[in-house]
Design a protein around this ligand. Structure first.
Ligand SMILES: CC1=C(/C=C/C(C)=C/C=C/C(C)=C/C=O)C(C)(C)CCC1
Ligand SMILES: [Fe+2]
Length: 343
């Protein structure tokens, strides 16, 4: 695989910086729920709120530099302008869809996040964890489907009422009664069919991976992460579970990927100095994180039913995230192609 600097940066630095925090956080969050402790709903929104300034939103705020760096170039004005144009056109068009057809826009958000979070984990498996068991395109597509389904499907199976509540909060910013249009997704028969199909795919992808693995360790890591996250999303209520996952799982892994294509940050990682590398990321991400928060403020004045409560503000934030995620997926898919994640 063609991943710049990966070879020079020791695996232990990447494990400790990019993978371990997500494992530790998900275990730390699941323990109280296993012990039967209940966490007040208001508190459960905290990680999503924090994600607006720490890791979550910032992980996409370097997209204007990421494409050029992945190609091995210094980002020039033309390269940056191309990414801005992509965001304007793709994000702008999708924003219009939210106003015209919010229920369809919500469904698209789930599908796109499903793909994108799966895509992020496929990169982590291949490039950060050195997995060799995902040999073919169908296997990699299967891994993306399974990994993305953990945060997007498992909460629907385990916590349908929470899922319905958040869906309703998002859609209601635009049209109060429109969420009724996706009521079928929460029916017990639909959820049972989804659970059986998805469960079979989890078992099948891991079994094929087991047969094809030369190295046992990365396969074990894949299986442990998959089954661990399955338990995590089945036990932890989704707003909290997704908030923590978004910051410390998906975003952190993507930040590591960004550091590896930034020469100075990669050099810092080679010297086992992740703090210096992360400081560079923070500097690169700060301007567009601030600009994004300003745009989020602007969105407040545009939606027909502006938010008043914390859950409603988080809903507005998620709509904004949805709009920027679509062009972000294009950027990450360009990185995937350049780094041969799919071939
Ligand atoms: C919070 C939450 C939900 C959706 C969250 C989504 C879809 C987040 C997407 C974030 C992205 C795309 C970040 C960028 O990488 C669900 C599933 C409706 C269930 C209830 C809780
Ligand atoms: Fe992302």
């Amino acid at each position: 695989m063609d991943v710049s600097h990966r070879a020079a940066v020791g695996p232990s630095v990447l494990y400790r910086m990019a993978l371990a925090p997500g494992w530790v956080a998900s275990i730390a969050v699941v323990v109280p729920f296993l012990a039967g402790v209940s966490i007040p709903p208001a508190f459960q929104y905290a990680p999503l709120v924090v994600s607006a300034v720490l890791l979550g939103l910032p992980h996409g705020a370097v997209d204007h530099l990421a494409v050029a760096r992945t190609h091995g170039d210094q980002p020039d004005l033309a390269a940056i302008a191309r990414v801005f144009a992509l965001y304007g056109v793709v994000g702008g068009a999708y924003a219009v869809v939210w106003f015209l057809a919010p229920t369809a826009a919500f469904a698209l958000f789930i599908v796109v996040t499903w793909f994108h979070w799966g895509q992020g984990d496929l990169y982590a498996l291949l490039a950060l964890a050195d997995a060799d068991h995902l040999r073919t395109l169908p296997q990699r597509a299967g891994a993306v489907f399974v990994r993305g389904g953990l945060p997007m499907l498992v909460p629907l199976l385990a916590f349908p009422e929470w899922y319905r509540r958040v869906a309703t909060d998002l859609v209601s910013l635009f049209a109060p009664d429109a969420a009724a249009g996706i009521g079928w997704a929460f029916r017990a028969d639909v959820r049972t069919a989804l659970a059986v199909t998805y469960g079979a795919l989890v078992v099948a992808t891991l079994a094929v991976g087991f047969v094809r693995a030369d190295a046992r360790r990365p396969w074990l890591l894949d299986a442990s992460e998959t089954l661990g996250l399955l338990a995590y999303f089945a036990l932890v209520p989704p707003v909290l579970a997704i908030g923590v996952y978004f910051c410390l799982w998906h975003s952190l892994r993507h930040v590591a990927r960004l550091l590896l294509v930034d020469d100075a940050a990669a050099a810092a990682l080679e010297n086992r100095d992740p703090t210096a590398a992360l400081a560079r990321f923070a500097r690169d991400a700060a301007p567009l994180t601030a600009a994004s928060l300003a745009l989020l403020g602007g969105l407040y004045f545009l939606v027909p039913n502006p938010p008043g409560t914390v859950p409603e503000w988080v809903a507005l934030y998620l709509v904004f995230i949805a709009v920027v995620t679509l062009p972000h997926v294009v950027v990450v898919s360009i990185m995937d192609r350049e780094q041969r994640i799919w071939t």
